[in-house]
Design a protein around this ligand. Structure first.
Ligand SMILES: O=P(O)(O)OC[C@H]1O[C@H](O[C@H]2O[C@H](CO)[C@@H](O)[C@H](O)[C@H]2O)[C@H](O)[C@@H](O)[C@@H]1O
Length: 199
């Protein structure tokens, strides 16, 4: 999801698209179009993927990146025309990144531990892929034989029964494992909009 604050003259912040609107040059939008857009309107990418992975896809320092289903929010690494990062409630991490909010920080060791266990537990299921999205995990079954889907789900559940602080949901051919905190992409968007305020 991509939103632009004040897009097309709207007074309120407006959600203008989703990740299908890629600036990869394949649908007429170039990197320079993306830069021009983000110079005019503070823009964020909101995704379930790992923030750093999405940054590597897009490579626009001007954007806000919201990864891990809203649990990892980073501001632009260039100064915005509207608000300098120093005016927002920002801390910098060890890589000097302007981190706005990481509400599931305490879960990091748990997520890494469960990632290892899921890799081990699911390695007997051909095609299963466990992805570490930093504050959440995904077990992809797109490449798993349909006859093995329930076996894979049992493997995942058998790991998670030891971790009541994590919850399991299902996406498109993917099982998602997230901390049970009252936070999601919507809450992340609200926080960003409040932080940016009027401009
Ligand atoms: O950005 P979102 O819409 O929140 O999606 C989050 C997931 O994105 C990735 O999965 C998606 O693409 C996969 C192919 O690259 C596809 O197999 C899957 O069905 C899609 O959901 C990512 O791999 C997942 O870890 C994210 O949870």
């Amino acid at each position: 999801m991509i939103f632009g604050h004040g897009f097309a003259g709207a007074k309120e912040s407006t959600i203008v698209g989703n990740t299908r609107q890629e600036w990869d040059g394949t649908n007429g939008k170039t990197e320079s179009d993306g830069k021009n857009f983000t110079r005019c309107f503070p823009t964020a990418i909101v995704t379930g993927r790992c923030k750093d992975k999405v940054y590597n896809f897009v490579r626009l320092a001007e954007l806000y990146y919201v990864g891990s289903h809203g649990m990892d929010i980073k501001g632009p690494t260039t100064t915005s025309k509207y608000k300098k990062m120093s005016e927002l409630d920002v801390v910098h991490d060890s890589k000097a990144e302007p981190i706005l909010c990481q509400p599931a920080n305490d879960f990091l060791p748990l997520i890494d531990e469960v990632y290892q266990q899921l890799v081990e537990k699911t390695k007997s299921t051909p095609g299963a892929l466990v992805e570490n999205n930093k504050f959440c995990l995904s077990v992809h079954f797109r490449c798993v034989d349909e006859k093995k889907w329930s076996e894979l789900a049992c493997q995942v559940k058998s790991v998670l029964k030891e971790y009541p602080k994590l919850q399991l949901t299902q996406g498109i051919k993917v099982l998602e494992i997230c901390p049970t905190i009252k936070w999601d992409k919507g809450k992340a968007l609200e926080l960003l909009l409040e932080s940016l305020g009027e401009f």
